[in-house]
Design a protein around this ligand. Structure first.
Ligand code: CP
Ligand code: NVA
Length: 321
């Protein structure tokens, strides 16, 4: 408590002990409070004064898939908060040779204060959270990528100064990143347009739930198969890779199916002149995005990547404090 007062910080108390599997788990207020906490933590960190809110705590970080940003930002974030992040590749754990999720969740709960997991299957992460008595944070599954969306909203807030009422166009694959982005943007009351090729639409149930949330918050959500329609008048243009991890066998077909969905100069000409370009990274230049756009003056990809660190610190400090 003293530490918090000293730093003039308020962690999001209602999140203490909670897992984050999808942003549907959190309320609109909790998401917005996390963004504000992230802004404060970023300022303090830049001033070399990040408070050690998680002193003595350990976050176990389990990975079934590759990662640069998630792994490093969680590990550095824990260190900056005075704690410890421990990397574990799933194939090195007994779970990689068949130990049950039930046993793993129970055992790890005796050693750790939180688990961050990047997994192939969202169902497995749900099962882990059910059996762990410590918070479980989804660091990407086949369906969701909630930590990415927190960093995305933080970045829009920083660049534009506000978020409610802005138009965000997600153009590309209706994947894990798209799902989490629409939920976060709906909570904030943004106008969301999602354009995907036919057959690559986002999950209908997630879209319907996010649409209800967006409408409740003065925003809107529409989906189409037309990238131009989505890009018109957009304040933010967002894309992700066409082939996600685990889909490599489909890469060639996807290249053909997505070719009208590249974010290039002609497409962004439909957006507002001060639009921002975002991409969760890693990116494939000249596939989902033209080099002129991703490396152009409207691109905020590196600020967005850095913000993973600050947004996740807000999350860690709230659920693990
Ligand atoms: N955006 C993201 O999650 O990046 P990594 O795959 O490098 O963690
Ligand atoms: N949709 C991508 C995001 C990577 C951060 C994937 O799942 O591979």
């Amino acid at each position: 408590m003293k530490l918090l007062e000293w730093a003039n910080l308020k962690v999001v108390d209602s999140l203490k002990g909670k897992s984050l599997l999808t942003l549907f788990d959190f309320s609109k207020k909790e998401v917005s409070d996390l963004i504000h906490l992230a802004v404060s933590l970023k300022k303090l960190t830049k001033a070399g004064k990040c408070p050690p809110l998680l002193e003595g705590k350990t976050l176990g970080m389990i990975f079934e898939k590759h990662s640069t940003r998630t792994r490093i930002s969680f590990e550095v974030g824990m260190k900056q908060l005075g704690g410890n992040g421990m990397f574990m590749h799933a194939r090195d754990l007994q779970i990689g040779r068949g130990e049950s999720v039930y046993d793993t969740g129970n055992v790890l709960s005796g050693y750790l204060d939180g688990i961050m997991i990047r997994a192939n299957s969202h169902e497995m992460v749900k099962e882990l959270a059910e059996h762990a008595s410590i918070p479980v944070i989804n660091g990407l599954t086949d369906i969701f990528h909630p930590c990415q969306a927190l960093a995305d909203i933080l970045t829009i807030h920083e660049v534009k100064g506000y978020t409610a009422g802005l138009k965000i166009a997600y153009i590309g694959d209706g994947n894990n990143v798209a799902h989490s982005l629409v939920i976060a943007a709906a909570y904030i009351g943004m106008h969301i347009a999602v354009a995907t090729p036919v057959g690559y639409e986002a999950d209908e149930e997630i879209i319907q739930k996010a649409k209800t949330i967006a409408l409740e918050n003065g925003g809107s959500l529409f989906v189409s198969n037309d990238p131009v329609e989505a890009a018109i008048n957009a304040d933010v243009i967002y894309t992700d890779v066409w082939t996600s991890m685990g889909q490599e066998a489909e890469a060639e077909k996807r290249l053909a199916d997505f070719k009208e969905f590249q974010i290039n100069d002609a497409l962004v000409a439909n957006a507002k002149s001060n639009y921002m370009f975002l991409h969760c990274l890693p990116a494939h230049r000249e596939e989902e995005v033209a080099t002129s756009v991703i490396d152009g003056p409207n691109s905020y990809i590196f600020q967005q990547a850095e913000n993973r660190l600050h947004a996740q610190k807000a999350l860690l400090a709230s659920v693990m404090a």
